[in-house]
Design a protein. Structure first.
Length: 519
């Protein structure tokens, strides 16, 4: 008897899965994926890679992964899903470098487009020199490759992220913020033109002048309106060298006063960031001897004698023939600051070493098996007017140490952001990025475990809400539309209108969990 029950059940499951596969693959009435004419190919097996990301907490297996060889492959696939209409639950997610934190680049039982495996001619980068230089780069290109290519012409993009092994499409779908953003704005403020495949499979060029609504929508648009297949990125002459500086503060007010002063000062530094160190010992003694500027992880692990310290991190670009002037400028700027004078550390590195600094940590962490662990990161944008309230409670009460990973904190000017893009910002002319970049020890139930860190994150978010700090999440993650509406606030209407215009069936980037495809 058990055998026949089992066989009956297996038979039912087989029938049900055939029906599901038929619906999903459109065998009923619409042409199947197998009939699509592609330069690249679709893979239906062994797609576990596409179900993983840097966050290491969410795994949704897709039905298929597209390995495109041309933009037309991407357009054909999306057009196919679009033509299936609402009869199919299939969705499509572009996967850049998969460095999302909560499954944003995944598509549960959908199609993942592996942007990195693109190998067609359209991948070629084109650098345009001249008065206003720029590079045309493929949307799945890594920023490190763009840096390496543009440096051959003595040029480089102006605005960065702290880590360069991320794709153009991945960071432009968020914002792309680092220590240059106070001057140049985020990466989304440094793009002239995009080529986008919309949720209907149309390939459109867009810029300030052409299809401007799509252009602004896609920038910071969390992948909701189209897949970026090409971006025209603004360049500037690249310096050869960088003076890389770190100084410490024990007083938060002096630290933020200096940060805010520097982001507005004349002839200031080229990069301004900072981080928090809570409850470590021996920091001041070890500062000079153990600081290796090529190893920010090590630098961040300095001990702080059980105290709270704030580290201001600065960089000034220079070419070897300008060294004297640069030294004078740095001296002058530092003389205006109130850091603990015995904690000045300064070193010189090449521009590429400076920009690619986090990769050095990645290599080390990977070798110790500590890179592919859960990363319950929390990134917040906090109005300047509330940063002291935030710091008092979060650094004073909620967090007892910074052993689980660095906490970055630095201010930027809102005027450097374009308010027509989809990026969501807090009120006020200056706001802080505060990034809790924590790593969890797998299966630990202690203070370095996932549960503990998630509880801490929740306490931080609950506090922000209860104290009405007007905080916005960066790299936001919500699971209900109510929360998304609150996140976008008055900008929700425009976001919805853009969705209706460019991806009306809600096919794209389902992992963001903003819209659900209605079937
Ligand atoms: P993915 O994770 O692959 O995709 C992210 C989202 O964008 C998904 O929804 C995906 O569907 C969509 N998407 C991907 N490609 C495209 C495309 N071509 N067109 C349209 N949509 C697309 N961010 C900062 O701003 N500043 C930092 O300093 C910074 N540092 C980081 C350091 C590390 C170590 C890590 C892991 C992340 C960091 N980030 C930083 C966050 C990072 O910018 C985002 O997570 C970004 O989305 C990752 O890019 P990706 O190529 O891995 O994108």
């Amino acid at each position: 008897q058990p055998i026949s029950i089992l066989s009956l059940r297996s038979f039912m499951i087989l029938i049900l899965s055939c029906i599901t596969i038929n619906i999903n693959f459109g065998f009923l009435g619409t042409p199947s994926f197998q009939t699509l004419s592609l330069d690249g190919h679709l893979s239906f097996d062994e797609n576990y890679h596409a179900a993983r990301d840097f966050g290491n907490r969410h795994q949704f297996l897709p039905l298929a992964v597209l390995h495109p060889k041309s933009v037309s492959d991407i357009a054909t696939t999306i057009m196919h899903v679009w033509q299936m209409g609402l009869g199919s639950e299939l969705t499509v997610a572009a996967r850049g470098h998969g460095h999302s934190l909560q499954g944003q680049a995944q598509a549960h039982r959908g199609v993942v487009i592996n942007m990195e495996s693109f190998s067609g001619l359209e991948k070629q980068m084109r650098v345009h020199t001249g008065k206003s230089p720029y590079v045309d780069a493929y949307g799945g290109e890594l920023w490190i490759n763009i840096l390496q290519e543009t440096l051959k012409y003595g040029l480089a993009p102006k605005s960065w992220t702290d880590y360069l092994h991320l794709t153009v499409g991945g960071t432009l779908s968020n914002a792309g913020i680092s220590g240059q953003a106070f001057r140049h704005g985020p990466q989304i403020s440094n793009v002239h033109q995009l080529e986008v495949v919309t949720g209907k499979g149309e390939v459109l060029n867009c810029s300030e002048e052409q299809n401007a609504d799509l252009f602004h929508g896609v920038l910071g648009g969390l992948g909701q309106f189209g897949i970026i297949t090409r971006a025209r990125i603004s360049l500037e002459p690249a310096p050869k060298m960088v003076k890389w500086i770190r100084v410490l503060y024990s007083d938060f007010s002096t630290f933020t006063r200096d940060q805010e002063h520097l982001i507005s000062a004349e002839n200031t530094f080229d990069y301004i960031e900072g981080f928090v160190i809570i409850n470590r010992t021996g920091l001041l003694n070890n500062w000079r001897s153990s600081f290796n500027p090529q190893d920010p992880v090590q630098a961040r692990q300095f001990e702080s004698d059980g105290r709270k310290l704030f580290c201001l991190e600065l960089a000034k670009h220079f070419n070897p023939d300008e060294i004297d002037t640069t030294n004078k400028e740095i001296e002058n700027l530092l003389s205006q600051l109130g850091y603990i004078s015995s904690t000045l550390f300064l070193s010189e590195v090449s521009y590429i070493e400076f920009l690619d600094r986090v990769h050095v940590s990645e290599v080390k962490l990977r070798s110790k098996g500590l890179w592919e662990v859960p990363h319950p990161w929390l990134n917040l944008l906090i109005p300047r007017s509330k940063i002291h309230d935030f710091a008092k409670e979060v650094f004073g009460n909620i967090l007892t140490d910074t052993s689980n990973g660095p906490i970055l904190i630095y201010p930027v000017h809102k005027s450097k952001w374009d308010n027509r893009t989809s990026a969501v910002l807090p009120e006020g002319d200056v706001f802080y990025l505060v990034a809790f970049l924590t790593s969890a020890v797998p299966s630990s139930t202690g203070t370095d475990g996932l549960e503990h860190i998630l509880t801490q994150n929740k306490r931080i978010l609950d506090f922000c809400e209860a104290a009405h700090l007007g905080v916005k999440q960066y790299l936001p993650h919500y699971t209900t539309q109510k929360e998304w509406r609150a996140h976008f606030g008055p900008r929700w209407q425009v976001f919805m209108q853009r969705k209706t215009a460019y991806d009306p069936l809600a096919i794209l980037a389902p992992g963001q969990k903003i819209f659900q495809k209605a079937i």
